[in-house]
Write a protein that binds this ligand. Structure first.
Ligand SMILES: NC(=O)c1ccc[n+]([C@@H]2O[C@H](COP(=O)([O-])OP(=O)(O)OC[C@H]3O[C@@H](n4cnc5c(N)ncnc54)[C@H](O)[C@@H]3O)[C@@H](O)[C@H]2O)c1
Ligand SMILES: O=c1ccn([C@@H]2O[C@H](COP(=O)(O)OP(=O)(O)O[C@H]3O[C@H](CO)[C@@H](O)[C@H](O)[C@H]3O)[C@@H](O)[C@H]2O)c(=O)[nH]1
Length: 438
């Protein structure tokens, strides 16, 4: 089966490598020539566990190829997926220019039947726009080629992308033609051989499912962050509350972790876009508006705690160490990460910021330049520091040598934004310790 994936980012590259792993012949297409050149040499542009091996293996097997030219390969494909970015526009709506550019290119070059599948996260009605854009170009050329559009939103999480893609909880496909449904069933069968969890539905419902899923998950997090802040005021412990409510199967245990706010390329942008879709349709999504407000506030909580620990004393000139810069562990992605908000606040206050992240140092340098001090490891970052802020719960931060850290810090103060340390343990080592929701 020949398929192409247009847009070779987190989603496009992971999907391409995983489809190739099941035996499909996949061409990953991108307009970024440097990225494609690097991939052809086996250099993977992002950090995602297991991705290097999977890409290299499938390239060697001849099942995974790269191209910068969709027109060259389009008429050899049965399916073309669009996995380009849909960044937020100034008003919060999803910017569809890349998706529609791809549709135009398809219409300008298509000569035989094709299923065009939108994998990017797009608002309801986008597949219709994709259909119209392709048809318009075909009509201009005066050719009568059959094609179908479908919606297949992606639910993978960064840092766990390959596992999520290879063994999905479910695959959602919005499709309105039997021919396209049959082709997509064939493609997804290898992933779900013994338990075919593909949910077919109409296209608008598939498009909406993606936003509703991310919004529900973001809601759980903001809800727990709100409860955590209240726990602090009334003397409860949010970790115990989480265990207490998560054991109710109607609630479930996942995505209930209070912390210093959610980030990433998806939750913030998708919550905004859904709010905008509703506003455009004359409906106000009150719950989601609150979810967003709570998250904005939560990203400032670590800084507020730091200020409180210094009891009104100026933070200017204080050396503050940050552990974790990525928006979550196991990725180098810093889009909308809490660290960006914290760094800005610290620098505005005149602090000296030292930082360490196992994978996101290069990305941080690209964004922050020389405004902070980049350290070679977690221990170098805390050397002479007046406080340590844990912002991303990487595994290597879980069991630090507190004795050594205590000797090297200027003030023994730890603020834990992901609740991974034990207060009693830290206090025993002579540290002042604060976390979220306790
Ligand atoms: N990152 C995730 O974890 C994730 C998960 C599920 C869904 N999504 C959604 O998937 C989509 C892609 O996200 P991403 O994180 O992979 O984006 P990304 O920014 O990592 O990658 C997008 C790629 O598309 C390329 N591109 C742009 N215009 C192009 C064109 N006309 N032709 C070919 N390539 C083009 C860019 O050069 C870039 O390499 C978004 O809609 C996002 O919301 C992302
Ligand atoms: O209990 C939790 C779980 C997550 N987070 C934070 O939420 C953010 C997002 O985390 P996660 O969902 O694991 O990563 P993403 O890669 O952004 O994945 C989300 O966004 C993707 C893009 O749409 C979807 O495909 C995934 O299903 C959805 O989980 C991160 O900042 C986490 O620190 C919490 O604060 N508490």
């Amino acid at each position: 089966m020949n398929i192409a994936i247009v847009g070779t980012g987190y989603v496009g590259l992971v999907s391409g490598a995983c489809f190739a792993e099941t035996g499909a012949t996949v061409t990953c297409v991108d307009v970024d020539e440097n990225k494609i050149e690097a991939l052809k040499k086996g250099i993977i542009p992002i950090y995602e566990p297991g991705l290097d091996e999977l890409v290299v293996k499938n390239v060697r097997a001849g099942r995974l190829k790269f191209s910068t030219c969709l027109p060259d390969i389009i008429n050899e494909q049965e399916i073309v997926f669009t996995a380009v970015g849909t960044p937020p526009d100034e008003d919060g709506s999803a910017d569809l220019k890349y998706v529609l550019q791809v549709a135009k290119t398809i219409g300008e070059n298509l000569n035989r039947y094709l299923v065009v599948v939108t994998k990017s996260t797009v608002p309801v009605g986008t597949s219709r726009k994709v259909y119209t854009a392709i048809k318009k170009e075909l009509d201009k050329r005066g050719v009568d080629v059959q094609f179908d559009v479908a919606s297949n939103p992606e639910f993978l999480k960064e840092g766990n992308a390959i596992k999520d893609f290879m063994s999905p909880d479910r695959v959602v496909i919005g499709v309105e033609s039997e021919r396209a449904k049959k082709i997509l069933t064939k493609l997804y069968k290898p992933f779900l051989i013994n338990n075919f969890r593909v949910i077919f539905m109409d296209i608008p419902s598939a498009e909406m499912t993606k936003y509703a899923a991310n919004s529900m998950l973001a809601t759980r997090i903001s809800f727990m962050n709100d409860i955590a802040n209240l726990c602090e005021l009334v003397g409860a412990d949010v970790n115990k509350v989480r265990a207490g409510i998560g054991s109710d199967t109607r609630i479930g245990r996942k995505f209930l972790y209070a912390g210093c706010g959610y980030g990433g390329s998806c939750f913030p942008k998708d919550v905004k876009a859904l709010i905008k879709t509703a506003d455009d349709n004359g409906y106000s999504l009150e719950v989601l508006k609150a979810v967003e407000r709570v998250n904005e506030r939560q990203k400032g909580v670590m800084f507020e705690k730091l200020k409180r620990s210094f009891n009104g004393e100026s933070l200017a000139g204080k050396k503050i160490a940050l552990w974790g810069l990525a928006f979550k562990p196991e990725t180098d992605d810093m889009r909308e990460s809490t660290a960006l908000v914290v760094m800005k606040k610290l620098l505005d206050e005149g602090c000296i910021v030292t930082a360490y992240d196992p994978e996101a140092m290069k990305e941080c340098k690209r964004i922050m330049g020389d405004s902070i001090i980049y350290c070679n490891d977690m221990y170098e970052a805390v050397n002479g520091a007046d406080a340590l802020l844990l912002l991303t719960e990487w595994k290597e931060f879980r069991l630090p040598d507190w004795e050594a850290i205590g000797r090297s810090m200027n003030r023994k103060l730890v603020l834990d934004g992901r609740n991974i340390y034990d207060k009693e343990d830290l206090n025993e080592h002579g540290f002042e310790y604060h976390c979220i929701g306790k």
